[in-house]
Design a protein around this ligand. Structure first.
Ligand code: GDP
Length: 264
């Protein structure tokens, strides 16, 4: 009857108004908050210093899907043609709060993409590369498990969540180019994976004899010697590394924006 119908309509409109979510993750100091601010303000205003708030902070943005607006897509207002509304959610990168961020990653509904922001100028230093790679390893493993769980029999499958590694601070002369950011992270994740999975491979048990549980704990192609981001494609997870700059007078954040706009 009518109440049922009304309920259905309400339920549908509620689903409809929840916008797709893009999560900003990464070690603190990478530039997440600055990036969120630049997108929110639409460009050039100097961003405020990093928030000390421990809560995730969301801003609602509109990405134009007009081809003509490709180069100027920032935050479009609702009146200018075709756009897609999405939530860009900043998370605290601080070590102690990382579990909160990872929890969000595990549970987030309508999660369309992850933007993992790193300071490309610091990644040449082992003290910065280690923790950044560790965090990214955790993020990728959560996404891999999310995908595997969704693919399990009886569950309705869901698409994998793509990851953009935003190699930020390209204005600094110590910044590694994007290809080197990629290589450095892959090498370090290879090392982390080997130490995390110690015993799994050299137990003498062949890959075929291992249960699903062991496989689940291994990031990427099972048993492979070297980790590459391409291995995540097996789990429907595309990883791209793109360069950019947030805080220069002319921020260079369009490549990332365009990447996001394609995925929401
Ligand atoms: P978060 O901890 O990841 O949110 O990082 P913040 O957004 O707070 O940025 C950390 C610091 O890096 C701040 O002092 C920013 O001004 C600075 N920063 C962010 N983006 C850039 C950039 O592209 N170039 C340079 N040189 N500094 C940046």
């Amino acid at each position: 009857g009518a109440p049922v119908l009304l309920h259905l309509i309400l339920a549908r409109s509620v689903t409809y108004i929840v916008p797709p979510v893009v999560l900003l993750l990464g070690p603190s100091g990478g530039g997440k908050t600055a990036l969120q601010t630049v997108y929110e303000r639409g460009g050039t205003a100097p961003p405020p210093p990093t928030r000390t708030s421990q809560a995730a902070q969301s801003v609602e943005l509109n990405a134009s899907t007009d081809a003509a607006a490709r180069t100027t897509h920032r935050n479009h207002d609702e009146s200018d043609g075709t756009y897609t509304k999405f939530l860009l959610v900043d998370t605290p990168g601080h070590g102690k709060l990382r579990n909160t961020a990872l929890g969000k990653l595990r549970r987030a509904d309508k999660l369309r993409a992850v933007v993992f922001v790193v300071d490309a100028a610091a990644l040449g230093e082992p003290e910065a590369l280690g923790p950044a790679a560790q965090y990214l390893y955790d993020v990728l493993l959560v996404l891999q498990k999310r995908k595997s769980a969704a693919a399990a029999p009886g569950k309705e499958g869901s698409a994998g969540v793509p990851v953009l590694v935003a190699a930020n601070k390209m204005d600094l002369f110590t910044a590694l180019p994007a290809a080197m950011v990629r290589a450095a992270l892959e090498t370090e994740i290879t090392r982390i994976r080997a130490s995390r999975s110690k015993g799994l491979l050299d137990s003498g048990v062949g890959a075929d004899d291992l249960g699903a549980e062991e496989h689940d704990g291994w990031l990427g192609e099972y048993g492979s010697e070297k980790f590459t981001f391409d291995q995540m494609q097996e789990f429907d997870i595309d990883v791209d590394v793109l360069p950019g700059t947030v805080t220069a007078e002319e921020p260079d954040v369009d490549k990332w924006w365009w990447w996001i706009a394609q995925r929401i």
